[in-house]
Write a protein that binds this ligand. Sequence first.
Ligand SMILES: Nc1ncnc2c1ncn2[C@@H]1O[C@H](COP(=O)(O)OP(=O)(O)OP(=O)(O)O)[C@@H](O)[C@H]1O
Length: 413
Amino acid sequence: MARKIGSRYTANQILGRGSAGTVWLGEGPEGPVAIKLLREDLASDQELVGRFVQERTALLGLDHPHVVSVRDLVVDGNDLALVMDLVRGTDLRTRLDRERRLAPEAAVAIVADVADGLAAAHAAGVVHRDVKPENVLLDMQGPLGPGGSHPALLTDFGVAKLIDSPRRTRATKIIGTPDYLAPEIIEGLPPRAAVDIYALATVLYELLAGFTPFGGGHPGAVLRRHVTETVVPLPGIPEELWQLIVQCLAKAPASRLRASELGARLREQLPLLAGMPPLDVDSPDSEAAEPDEAYEETAEPSAPVARQRRGAVPLVPGAAPDSNRDTHTSMRVPAPDELAGGARGTARAPRATGAPRPGSARHRASARRRRITLGVAGAVLVAAIGVGTWIAVSGDDADATPQDTKNSAPASP
Ligand SMILES: Nc1ncnc2c1ncn2[C@@H]1O[C@H](COP(=O)(O)OP(=O)(O)OP(=O)(O)O)[C@@H](O)[C@H]1O
């Protein structure tokens, strides 16, 4: 059912829902628009309304081909709405869910677009703070680019900042989506442009692998991995592309590339990636039926979230997005000793297709087989030299987690 939003807009049809509100296909004086209507409890929060108005200039000022422009902010009675350019297409999460993994050329083209959009925002002093596939829209009416990808546009600029009120988050709470949170946010530092680069590198890894580098299990475990673990190389990834990802996932924000440089370096790689098929990486969930030590180690024994792929609670307490994409967390900043974690990494290490997952029953069985084979080989050798002593070969190393030593709107009819 159509409804009026302020005096100039009409919302006609729901396009989608997120944790902060509902996005409508609407009509304004200049034609079709997308209208993000914030949830009523947010709209009645006077402090938030004040910030909304305060941020007006920054939000309305962003104009770039790879940014979904905010055209208007409406504060009207109980309605608090962002009026945006309408993108006819789909979001990147939907595409990734459909395809599981993208070919490197398409993934890099999409991420290069987003990096260019971020570069414009950062130059204007705006940090996005919630870069993730849900916030990248693919414009199906735009021209096809490298890898057959449509132009990608970053949306939801400034929304995380608006909703992240100091009252809710002062020094003790983290707002964001756990899989994409830079370590410095988890350590309680203020978010600067480099947090968007970390999140975007996480998105690139996810597009290539089909899963994020530090995700999986309880949100607390995810946060700890961001701070303490290093990313494990993806089998078959071109070295230069891998080095870019590693650099942008650096724990130290100053070591990451700037958005403009990341965009340029990614575009340089496009010709080399042309025609390359998606990476042959096994999903860490493909052996989900087996007990998963990584989850068991870090989650509360009875916590129902322990097995969610992307751990999450709503952005705002009480939020219940009716899409099944719970994507935000609002939790306290962990203490340093909690972040230090255990001696063993719990991140889901990528494997070439067919290789068993570290810690899985199949991996343990193959480690056992290796131990037996080594034992037998040892026995034969010993017998051959007539010593007659049995040497037991310890297989503990086989169970260790591998470490990287280098680094530590519907389309219109
Ligand atoms: N400018 C737009 N044009 C067309 N469709 C849009 C636009 N902005 C958002 N949408 C659609 O509305 C859906 C909901 O968007 P919204 O930003 O509210 O939630 P989200 O980003 O998916 O989740 P969350 O806000 O919880 O992180 C998106 O998935 C997208 O399909």
